[in-house]
Design a protein. Structure first.
Ligand SMILES: [Zn+2]
Length: 218
């Protein structure tokens, strides 16, 4: 049985001039259609579903078009496009399918811009985070992009208010083999940053490493 593809023609309806343009998913759609894949139309994510990953103020601002940065313009009706794309991820996670809708999501954090990055990089709602929150399942997020998935990290990382300190012991071991400035601290679920006395993976440790070249890191 072939994986079902979640897609909507509607997601081609904005941002024709932009590098993250309709042709990106249209091309993927056409290739998959020629190979005989079945397509399913998503429904928009509800406000409650979006609020599982984003703050109410940010949701309000996207609805009102009060979100604008150089990469991520406040297109007309962007809320409709963004909530439908989040709905695509929700549907794909329910059917073990694959969503090729747009806008993308992984640079969008709780309040939009994530971890001090100046742009949301074409992302409005964090589609994968909304789908994972809804599923409630322990999930491996494999994030493939030229950039770090800063929005996704921010949404899933621990809360400073919990006051769990950085795991210095693990950090000191890792920095013997990996340059310190390439170690990504991560969060309490996926890394040694805030694991507390007992991490989720038992007596072992893992790290996330920044593998970009020096040129890319500039
Ligand atoms: Zn990116």
């Amino acid at each position: 049985m072939k994986t079902k593809i979640v897609y909507s023609e509607k997601c081609l309806g904005y941002g024709t001039w932009h590098v993250e343009g309709p042709q990106r998913v249209k091309t993927a759609h056409d290739v998959l259609q020629a190979k005989g894949y079945e397509f399913l139309e998503p429904k928009p994510a509800t406000d409650d579903q979006i609020l599982s990953a984003h703050d109410a103020d940010y949701l309000f601002n996207v609805k009102k078009g009060l979100v604008e940065d150089s990469d991520t313009p406040a297109y007309k009706n962007i809320f409709e496009f963004a909530s439908l794309s989040a709905g695509g991820a929700l549907l794909a996670s329910k059917i073990n399918g694959f969503s090729i809708t747009r806008p993308p999501g992984h640079h969008s954090g709780r309040n939009g811009n994530a971890l001090g990055v100046y742009t949301r990089g074409f992302c409005y709602f964090n589609n994968i985070a909304i789908a994972v929150k809804e599923s409630g399942k322990k999930t491996l997020i494999l994030d493939i992009d030229g950039h770090h998935g800063n929005g996704t990290q921010e949404i899933f990382e621990g809360d400073e208010k919990e006051g769990i300190p950085k795991d210095e012991e693990a950090f000191n071991e890792w920095k013997k083999v990996i340059s310190e400035d390439r170690i990504l601290l991560g969060n309490k679920k996926d890394n040694f940053w805030e694991m507390g006395d007992t991490g989720p993976c038992g007596p072992c440790t893992e790290i996330h490493v920044d593998c970009r070249s020096d040129e890319e890191r500039k």
